[in-house]
Structures are given as C-alpha cells and as structure tokens.
Design a protein around this ligand. Structure first.
Ligand code: G4P
Length: 529
C-alpha cells in the first residue's frame, strides 16, 4: 500500500468529557470492536487517575501500564484508528490540552442527566482554538436523563456549534427502546446486555413505515414521528464541510455501558471524520504524503524506570514513512537521534508493525534529550507550530529544606518543565522561582518527583498570583510596563516575558491602558525568543 493510501485510512482522535460521563467505558467498547487486547490494563490505569494522591504515586511506579494505554491503535473497517487517551484527572489537564494538538478530531461524551459540564467546556476551548471537528455522544440513555432537545440546545449555546442529530432516542431511562437512525433511516432497538452488537437493527422505508408501530408500540411511534419531524424541519441538514470546520457536530444518543450506539459512532468516525491533516510549521505546510519523515513530540511520560530516568516521548508522525532504527534530526538541537526500538501501539500486530505514517503515534525512548514541542525531520529546518503552553491557574513558590540542594532543584525543575509536568517561571525581582500548574495535584507530583529523582526536599509556599499572560507586541510599551510593574514580571523557561497577576481584573485594567501589548493565554512551545 502506498503512503497516500495508508494516510487516507487513518483516523486519530481523542475523547473529551467531564469525569464520570463514560469515557473509560466508551474506550473499552471501542477497543472491543477493534479487537484490541489491552482492555484490563486500560481500565486499571484510567481509574487510577481518580484515586487519592498517595495511590496515584504508587501507581506512578507502575507506569508501564499507562504508557501502553496512552495511545490505542486498532483496525476497524479497513481503517487504522488511533485513540489518544487523556488523563482523567482534571489536575493533569495541561497534558490533555496538548494531547488534543495531536488529534484530527474529537468525540465529546455527555452524560444525558448532567449535560455539558465544566471540564468539557475547557477542553472544547482547546478544540475550538484548532477548529478540531467534534462528534457528540450523549450517554447513559438507559438512565433517566434530560430532554434531548434541551440537551442539544445547551450544547449549541455553550459550544457555539449546530447540533445535527444522527440518531433520535425512543424514550429514556426505563422507557428507552433504542434510536431511530436519521442518517441511515433505520430502527436500532435496545435489547440490553453487554454484547458486542446488542442492538436489533431493522431497516425501514422511512419514519412513516408501519413496522415502527409494531416494533415500539403506537404511542412511542407517534411521539417519535413528531420529534423526528420537528428535528428535521427545524434543524439544519448535515454538511460535511461545516462539520470539518467545527461549525456542526453530529450527535449520537446511546449507552456506552450497554454498548449501544458505539458501533454507529465508529462507522461515522471512519466515514466522516478527517484523515490526518497537513501540519503547519515555521517555514511551510508539511503534507502528510511527503516522502520524508517529520513529526512532533506532544507528550513525555516519565518514570518508566525511576532508576534510569527513562522517559517515553510520544511523537505524532506528520509525514513520510517512519521506520524503526532510522536516524532523525532533532531540529531544536541539531543532533541526530536514532529511533531505537520505538514503541508502536498496534494492539494486534505488535510484532510486524515497524513502520508508521502520518497520524500515527510512536513512543521514543529518551534519556532526557527530548522536550515536549520538539520537531524531528530528516534534516530540514522547520518546527511544527500550534503546540502551546497554556497559562497556569495556580502558582507556588518553592521552599527548599536544604539550601545546598539549590543546584539539584534547578536541574530537576528544568527537566520537569521540559516534560510539561509543571511550568517554571523566574521572577525578575529577586530571581525567585515560581512554579505554575493547572491543577494542585501537579504540585504534589513535582515535589514527590524532586525528592525521589533528584534528592531534593522541598515544600510549597503560597503566592498571591492567580493568573498569568505572555506578553507580545510593541516592545516600547512592554518595556514601559516592565518598569512600572517589576513585581509582576517574570520569564518562562525559554525566556519569554510573562505578566503574573493577582487576578484577571488586574490584567484587564492594565491591558486597557496598553493598547499595543497583547496579553496571551497561550504560548507556542517552539517559539524562540
Ligand atoms: P469516565 O471515564 O468518563 O470517568 O467514566 P466511566 O466510563 O468510568 O463511567 C462512569 C460511571 O458511569 C461508571 O459507573 C460507568 O459504569 C457508568 N456508565 C458509563 N456508561 C454508562 C451508560 O451508558 N449507562 C449507565 N447506566 N452507566 C454508565 P461507576 O459505578 O462509577 O463505576 P463502575 O463501578 O461501573 O466501574
């Protein structure tokens, strides 16, 4: 098969949801269809994210499990599906945000009783930044939930996209009988039970077909017809272009636990979701079917073996045919790195997968030379853009228990910063080090790792900052601002200027006075100073 065909049959996506909406369950069911084998490991590692910190730390030492479950590749209907897992715990959401930079589409899971919840909204913001096309699965229809029209209205309002129902539920909770598939005009009946394909599928002429009355009863059939008519008349028609532009989201109703509606989603994923897209870089757009290999690192997983500081860097292939053993050029440093024993994630054909194409993820063994955001090529000088740091929301000062360990502390913080475990800032006044995180658990993990991997005992001290923004724009105005607010100025690990604020109000009021300065919530990881 040539490179173009290989790329065309790939689908790389992630599931976004609020904890408990059913992401783990959905993942398992998807793997079932793909015939993948790591299911038990998946459940364990994913559930672990929710446990208390102490349990998490222990589990951290068994990291081998979660590496294999960070990316799950499986075949489905002559396609190769890459499902990228995202940490369940919201405290690791920066990792999740960045994982979303490595996918071509996303599935949003929503609990039918709860609607759109906070964690989902944040993840959606990231998808919107990149116009990632989203499909929506409204889950747990076997339980009492909210009115489907209500749920769709909420999604439309919060996400700013138009919902296009591909199926319509027949009843909910105890009365749930299945769905009418609007995309294919057929009844998919819910019979319960956790089988691979539990639904009974009955093709019908159209929504007026008499068979429907026989199968679901007159009353339910009348209600269904009325609702379907309403949805079809009042709603827009599906438009592939609009979905790909993030303006429409196909909506499925189902129950992941009962494996209901899952296959229908997968069918649509391979049929409609985008194949790997071209990649923007600092010099040009890289096409997926170019002969030469390129890729970028979006995640680093540490502690594979704490004794050796072994890390796995996850690289998304952007172009070419990646081959085991090849040498690649690390653009940031100019070094050549041999791809020894890269990990590929094909669950079934582990032994024969020695190549990877655009959209695939490969795991590279790393002893500390690779950073999140790194680009690899066969020699060309470009860096992939669009892999950002996100402004942290929590800040702490490090208090060192043994002052002699300051060198080790610095080294540890640099390494952990490169992995994306936390962000490290240096205040301009007094050179104080401030660590920024998206979730408080990150601080505990950093302290734990500093102690165990770098032999540094430290604790955290509160600081007044609650948000920060990177400064761009007119240099004169930035210099002026720096003179007036020295206590708020810091630099990030790459030397970019950051404004640390006590609250958004401060940024807003100062921002009004400095028209030519942009206060940015994200910062390109590859941007050089
Ligand atoms: P998450 O990864 O998004 O956090 O959610 P997860 O799949 O773990 O699901 C959260 C809970 O919701 C689980 O119950 C799961 O069994 C349940 N669930 C998922 N899909 C459905 C569904 O379609 N219908 C119903 N009724 N429940 C569903 P739990 O009791 O928290 O965990 P467990 O004991 O079942 O593992």
């Amino acid at each position: 098969m040539d490179i173009e065909e290989e790329v065309a049959r790939r689908r790389t996506f992630a599931i976004i949801s609020h904890p408990d909406a059913g992401k783990t369950t959905m993942t398992e069911k998807l793997l079932l269809f793909g015939g993948a084998i790591q299911m038990a490991g998946t459940v364990r590692a994913r559930k672990a994210d929710r446990h208390a910190t102490s349990d998490w730390m222990k589990l951290e030492q068994e990291r081998g499990i979660s590496v294999t479950t960070s990316v799950m590749q499986f075949p489905f209907a002559n396609h190769v599906v890459n499902l990228l897992d995202t940490p369940g715990h919201q405290d690791f959401s920066e990792d999740t945000y960045r994982t979303l930079t490595a996918v071509d589409s996303a599935l949003m899971m929503i609990d039918a009783a709860r609607g759109v919840q906070s964690q989902t909204v944040k993840l959606l913001e990231v998808c919107r930044m990149r116009t990632t096309p989203i499909m929506t699965f409204i889950n747990k229809l076997d339980r009492e939930g909210r009115d489907p029209l209500d749920l769709m209205a909420e999604i439309e309002e919060i996400m700013g996209v138009t919902c296009i129902p591909f199926s319509w539920p027949i009843g909910i909770g105890r009365d749930f009988q299945g769905v009418y598939n609007l995309h294919r005009d057929r009844l998919e009946l819910f019979r319960g039970g956790e089988h691979a394909v539990p639904e009974e599928i009955v093709s019908v002429e159209d929504i007026d077909d008499d068979q429907i009355d026989e199968l679901i009863g007159l009353e339910a059939a009348d209600a269904l017809r009325e609702e379907v008519m309403l949805v079809r008349e009042a709603g827009d028609a599906f438009d592939l272009k609009k979905y790909l532009n993030g303006e429409q989201t196909p909506v499925f109703f189902g129950s992941a636990l009962n494996n209901f509606g899952v296959k229908e989603y997968l069918d649509c994923l391979v049929e409609l979701a985008p194949r790997p897209r071209h990649t923007m870089t600092t010099t040009r757009e890289v096409e997926t079917n170019e002969g030469k290999v390129s890729g970028f690192v979006f995640k680093i997983q540490a502690n594979m073996d704490p004794a050796h500081r072994d890390r796995i860097a996850f690289m998304r292939v952007c172009s070419g045919t990646f081959k085991k053993g090849m040498r690649l050029h690390q653009v940031r440093t100019g070094s050549q790195i041999r791809m020894h024993n890269p990990i590929t994630f094909m669950a079934q054909e582990r032994s024969i997968v020695e190549t990877a194409f655009a959209g695939d993820i490969v795991g590279l063994h790393d002893k500390g030379a690779i950073q999140v955001g790194d680009t690899f090529t066969e020699g060309e000088q470009f860096q992939v853009t669009g892999i950002p740091h996100f402004a942290p929301e929590l800040f702490r000062k490090v208090r060192l228990k043994n002052p002699l360990a300051s060198k080790a502390l610095h080294k540890g913080l640099v390494h952990l910063g490169e992995e994306g475990a936390a962000q490290v800032f240096k205040r301009q006044l007094g050179n104080e080090v401030i660590v920024g995180a998206v979730g408080s658990l990150q601080f505990e993990v950093v302290a734990h790792r500093l102690q165990h991997e770098y032999n540094v005992d430290c604790s955290w001290e509160a600081v007044s900052y609650t948000c920060c923004r990177w400064l761009h724009g007119d240099q004169n105005q930035i210099d002026k601002l720096a003179r007036l607010y020295p206590q708020n100025l810091a630099t990030d690990a790459r030397g970019h200027l950051v404004f640390m604020a006590d609250g958004l109000y401060q940024i807003n009021s100062i921002g009004e006075r400095y028209d030519d300065v942009r206060f940015s919530k994200t910062m390109e990881m590859t941007a050089s100073k």
